[in-house]
Ligand binder design. Structure first.
Ligand SMILES: C[S@@+](CC[C@H](N)C(=O)[O-])C[C@H]1O[C@@H](n2cnc3c(N)ncnc32)[C@H](O)[C@@H]1O
Length: 274
């Protein structure tokens, strides 16, 4: 446990056998360097294969949280492949075959794209009537495995997170800033997004897994919050980055400071009721 595999997540040998929560963001098929070798058919087959492996190794009642933009990049207008209905419904149909079912749909409301991309600016060259919406949101869909999303003998949710956290996190639109463009990775998760999922869908000592680990944010946040981590990344450069990030947090006191969790305040005598 607490290990990252340098390898391909299509290979089932790279998986831990007891995953409680997967938090992941697959490639979006938008022309990034790390997805250039996939044709669109490869891409769809890869997603099917990877989420099958994830489902196989997830415990009963375990959760799979998938973040994807599902932006309209699959169109003749963008010069990519033919119009395609969205990727997440296809993943949903595939996961159903593996006894995994949709539990929740969140919208991650992020910064306007011009905050992070020099390619998106005010332009006076766009012809009238030709407007494409610029996406400032992404999906996070959560699935559970088996007959019920309930796991055996779980503490109450109010024992796990504070009232303030509950009030903000159970709503289905999450306003979270994107990670600014940087030299580390093209598509990093904001820590806050992962933290919410970790606290809502796992308990301490669970295994939190990411088959597209990228820069390692899932592992770092899992570790900081008292969970075990596991993951797969196929690019060596990112694999090394993950280890650097993990080393930094393992050598810091941050984990000690984030435990015990803040839910303790729910039980403090005299804590003002709202
Ligand atoms: C959208 S990024 C994930 C970024 C990550 N959420 C983060 O916070 O940094 C997708 C990652 O999946 C990796 N990847 C793509 N295909 C893969 C495969 N078949 N097996 C393992 N990793 C893969 C890419 O190298 C890339 O780092």
């Amino acid at each position: 446990m607490n290990s990252i595999v340098l390898g391909d997540s299509r290979d089932s040998a790279n998986y831990p056998d007891k995953i409680h929560l997967t938090i992941t963001s697959p490639p979006y098929y938008v022309g990034k360097n790390y997805e250039k070798d996939y044709s669109f058919d490869d891409y769809r087959a890869m997603l099917k294969n990877v989420f099958h492996n994830v489902a196989e190794n997830t415990v009963e009642g375990g959760k799979i949280a998938i973040n994807i933009a599902d932006i309209a990049a699959f169109s003749k207008v963008s010069g990519r492949v033919e119009e395609n209905d969205q990727v997440l419904p296809e993943i949903t149909r595939n996961l159903k075959e593996d006894d995994c079912h949709l539990l929740a749909r969140y919208i991650w409301h992020k910064d306007p794209p011009w905050h992070n991309s020099q390619h998106v600016t005010y332009s006076d060259r766009i012809p009238a009537t030709y407007v494409r919406a610029l996406p400032n949101w992404e999906y996070v869909w959560v699935f559970y495995k088996g007959d019920s999303p309930k796991r055996e003998d779980m503490p109450r949710m109010t024992d796990m997170i504070s009232k303030e956290q509950w009030t903000e996190w159970v709503l289905s639109v999450w306003r979270i800033h994107s990670v600014p463009a940087n030299d580390f990775h093209e598509a990093m998760f904001p820590e806050d997004l992962v933290r919410r999922l970790v606290h809502l869908y796992s308990i301490p000592d669970d295994v939190v897994f990411d088959p597209f680990m990228g820069s390692g944010v899932t592992a770092v946040v899992a570790y900081k919050n008292g969970r075990n981590y596991a993951g797969i990344e196929r690019e060596k450069e990112y694999y090394e980055l993950i280890h650097k990030s993990l080393q930094a947090v393992e050598n810091s006191l941050e984990r000690l400071y984030s435990a015990p969790p803040r839910f303790e305040q729910n039980r403090l005598p005299g804590f003002p009721k709202r």
